[in-house]
Design a protein around this ligand. Structure first.
Ligand code: SF4
Length: 235
C-alpha cells in the first residue's frame, strides 16, 4: 500500500536558520576533534561556560600529556585539574571510570573504532557511561571527526525550542532532539545541523536569555508564541 504524502512541509526550522544566519552571521567554523577528545570535553562541559570548558580541556592536555595519563591519575588529582567546571567531583569520578572502561572494553584508550558503527549504535554505546546523556552523545557524533547527523540540545537550545512551541515546557533533551530532527530538512548534512545548533545557542546567549528574553529585538518574534505573550504583557 502506498503511503499518502504529507499535506505540507514544515519549513519553520529552515526559516529560523535563515533569519538567525542573517542576524548573527555564520558561526566560527568548528575545529573538529577526534571522538575521544570530544567525549572528554563534553563530559566536563555540562552547565559550564564554553570559555571555561575550553580552558580546562587545554589545561588537561598540558598537565597530563596524554589521555592515558589522565585516566591513570587519582580522582583527587583529576578533580583538582578540573576544579573550575561545575560539579568537579562527580565529573572526575565519571570521567576516570569511563576512560578505564573504554580501555578495558577496547584494549586501548581510543574511540576511533566507533567510525565503523551506525549512528544510533554509537549513541547507545556512549550513553551507557555514568554522566553521559543524550546531549553528550549527540555532541560526540555531530561535533567530532565522526560527523554524523544529530542535534545537540544544550540548555539554550532546549529553552529556545520550548519557547518557540515546538515541544512542551517539560520536554527533555531527548524528546526535543527527536522533534527537531523530525523538523530538520533531510538534506541538512551534519555540518548544517552543527551550524543550526550554534546559531540557536548564540541566540539563547544574546537575545533569548533565560531570565530576560529581549523579544522586542528578536528576529523570530512573529514565529514565537512565547514572544507574542511577552510583547502583549509589556505593550
Ligand atoms: S520572541 Fe522572545 S521568547 Fe521567542 S525566541 Fe525571541 S527572544 Fe525568545
Amino acid at each position: 500500500m502506498m503511503l499518502a504524502a504529507p499535506l505540507f512541509t514544515d519549513t519553520r526550522l529552515e526559516e529560523i536558520h535563515r533569519r538567525l544566519l542573517a542576524y548573527y552571521g555564520r558561526p566560527p567554523e568548528r575545529d573538529l576533534w577526534d571522538p575521544l577528545k570530544q567525549f572528554i570535553y563534553s563530559m566536563l562541559s555540562s552547565r559550564t561556560k564554553t570559555e571555561i570548558s575550553l580552558e580546562v580541556i587545554g589545561h588537561l592536555e598540558e598537565r597530563f600529556g596524554s589521555w592515558e595519563n589522565l585516566r591513570d591519575a587519582s580522582i583527587p588529582e583529576i578533580e583538582d585539574a578540573i576544579r573550575v567546571v561545575t560539579f568537579p567531583e562527580p565529573k572526575a569520578i565519571n570521567l576516570k571510570t569511563a576512560l578505564e572502561e573504554i580501555t578495558r572494553r577496547c584494549g586501548s584508550l581510543s574511540l576511533e573504532f566507533l567510525k565503523g558503527y551506525r549512528t544510533d549504535k554509537i549513541r547507545s554505546w556512549l550513553e551507557r557511561f555514568d554522566g553521559v546523556g543524550v546531549k553528550t552523545s549527540a555532541a560526540v557524533v555531530n561535533f567530532s571527526t565522526l560527523r554524523r547527523r544529530a542535534m545537540c540540545v544544550d540548555s539554550h537550545h532546549l529553552r529556545v525550542t520550548q519557547r518557540l512551541g515546538f515541544v512542551g515546557r517539560s520536554a527533555d533533551a531527548r524528546e526535543t532532539e527527536r522533534r527537531l530532527m523530525e523538523m530538520a530538512p533531510v538534506k541538512w548534512a551534519p555540518e548544517m545541523l552543527d551550524e543550526h545548533h550554534s546559531l540557536i545557542k548564540i541566540h539563547g546567549q544574546q537575545i533569548c536569555a533565560k531570565n530576560h528574553p529581549r523579544c522586542g529585538a528578536c528576529p523570530l518574534l512573529d514565529l514565537c508564541p512565547a514572544g507574542a505573550g511577552e510583547e502583549r504583557a509589556s505593550g
